[in-house]
Design a protein around this ligand. Structure first.
Ligand code: 1CP
Length: 353
């Protein structure tokens, strides 16, 4: 690499960065959401050595190893930092734990007064192990592999902070936002500022691009989506770019199909993640002309394998191939997925046409 060239600058041959910059590649580059995880025996082996999931996230040697495992096995075009979106509440003073098989647990924020338990600013010191993980991964990552950092979008993170756990429809946070819009706005604003600091620190530690996961954006009606998802994600992207003008940013507004083109039109966003429900003909017509997209194989087609998997991969390639896209799943891979199905998916994605 030329001296002074930032990793991730156009000179580095990282296919995903090329697509994010607007280049069409066929075959497309590929990675998978939750690619480090329980479907991998080598993940289960190292996971068993940590006391808890949060300890695992905060132990750089283990988190770096988990990040690299799927790259070694499959040669994906991106590695995604092994961590969780809920380290952000932890760094605001709302501790998080993960009960085995039951998902995250936080002490819920049930009233506006409950917000006073949170720190005014994110404590990046608490997240030092995450930045150390990034440095360890970077030292071992192949030069052609794009390294992705991430955070949760404020709405999605806030929904866990309010409910204290995962819920089917984020009802507690939606009610809180209707009943106490000013207090909720203050929480969102704090998460916007904290997420900007957090993503900038990830970029400074060495990730090439970042993804903002808004996993629960699909439960909000239009006006609420604008206020609690669209505007905060735009503000984060703008804040990151103000400090890192070259930063590449992927937004993943899950299950928010009516809003995909509006997100793609944001100058601060380089790529829009598509979930399983996206209509690819509409995406090719209305979204791809604005920005590269990423997605959207159904994790259950991957689990099923066989003819269903072959057809689903071929359909995505056929519909999106004319313009820039990154092949991915529409949501995270499920633990029972056979490794042979991932191998078959990669064979089909990488096939010359
Ligand atoms: O080993 C285990 O049992 C823990 C399972 C697990 C894993 C592997 C959790 C708990 N988080 C993770 C890692 C994780 N989470 C990554 C790592 C990188 C990779 O993709 O390989 C990332 C990017 C996340 C992001 C995340 N965490 C999201 C956004 C993406 C999505 O899936 O929608 C969300 C919503 C979470 C919260 C969370 N963390 C873990 C669980 C089980 C959940 C969902 C809780 C719920 O709603 O019930």
């Amino acid at each position: 690499m030329e001296p002074g060239l930032r990793t991730g600058a156009p000179g580095a041959d990282k296919k995903i960065l090329r697509v994010l910059a607007g280049e069409t590649l066929d075959p497309p580059p590929v990675w998978m959401m939750r690619q480090a995880g329980r479907y991998l025996p080598e993940y289960r082996a190292i996971r068993a050595t940590a006391k808890s999931f949060i300890d695992f996230c905060y132990t750089p040697a283990l988190a770096a190893e988990a990040t690299l495992q799927p790259i070694r096995r499959f040669g994906f075009d991106a590695a995604i930092l092994f961590s969780d979106i809920l380290v952000v509440p932890d760094a605001f003073g709302q501790p998080v734990s993960f009960e085995t098989g039951e998902g995250p647990r936080l002490d819920p924020i049930e009233t506006p007064e409950g917000l006073s338990r949170l720190a005014g600013r994110i404590d990046l010191g608490r997240l030092a192990p995450v930045f150390e993980t990034i440095r360890l991964v970077k030292a071992d990552l192949p030069a052609e592999t794009t390294f992705l950092g991430f955070c949760g979008a404020p709405w999605t993170v806030a929904s866990y902070m309010i409910a204290g756990r995962g819920t089917p429809d984020q009802g507690p946070a939606r009610l809180f936002a209707y009943r106490h819009p000013e207090a909720f706005q203050r929480l969102i604003d704090r998460l916007v500022a904290g997420s900007i600091d957090y993503l900038c620190a990830q970029l400074e530690a060495g990730v090439d691009a970042v993804q903002i996961f808004d996993s629960w954006s699909g439960v909000l009606p239009g006006q609420e989506f604008r206020r609690w998802c669209f505007e905060p994600v735009r503000a984060i992207a703008a804040g990151v770019r103000a400090r890192h003008p070259e930063a590449r940013i992927i937004a993943f507004p899950r299950a928010a199909n009516p809003h995909l083109a509006a997100v793609a039109a944001l100058a601060e966003i380089d790529c829009v993640g598509l979930d399983t429900s996206a209509d690819l003909a509409a995406v090719a017509r209305d979204v791809q002309p604005l920005k590269p997209v990423q997605g959207n194989l159904d994790p259950l087609a991957l689990l099923a394998g066989g003819a269903a998997l072959d057809a689903a991969v071929r359909e995505i390639r056929a519909k999106l191939r004319g313009r820039p896209y990154v092949f991915n799943l529409g949501h995270g891979i499920t633990p029972p997925t056979p490794i042979a199905h991932v191998e078959r998916m990669l064979e089909l994605v990488r096939e010359a046409r």
